[in-house]
Design a protein around this ligand. Structure first.
Ligand SMILES: [Zn+2]
Length: 125
């Protein structure tokens, strides 16, 4: 029976793996496996750093709003302040005005947003 030719999963190699004993084999050799693992971790760390960086910026933007006693702020204003809605994580569900709402928190600041009105509401402490 002819074996299927597989491609090395190391993104920098992608050579054909013609001769393999186990069907589970996905790299040509150990150095390809190590390299692929290293590259994968590099990407994961970058994403993690990016989320961390933007969470900090989001927090600073919300802090500025609170300083100005602005508890309902539109997306545009927040964008100018450096807020990025794409980096919000782990919402908790609450019932607010009879509607189930995703409430986000960064440190002590809690807030939720209305996508249709494009407004972020900061919950007063
Ligand atoms: Zn390889």
């Amino acid at each position: 029976m002819k074996k299927i030719i597989k491609q090395c999963k190391n993104p920098e190699c992608k050579d054909d793996i013609i001769d393999y004993k186990s069907s589970k084999r996905i790299y040509c050799n150990d150095s390809c496996r190590n390299r692929a693992g290293y590259l994968k971790r590099l990407v994961e760390n970058k994403e993690f750093d990016l989320v961390k960086k933007h969470t900090k910026l989001n927090y600073q933007a919300l802090e500025k709003c609170i300083e100005k006693s602005a508890f309902e702020v539109d997306f545009k204003t927040l964008n100018i302040l450096g807020f990025d809605i794409n980096y919000l994580t782990n919402p908790k569900l609450y019932k607010i005005d009879n509607e189930v709402t995703s409430v986000y928190s960064i440190k002590e600041i809690q807030f939720y947003y209305n996508k249709t009105k494009e407004i972020i509401t900061i919950i007063k402490q």
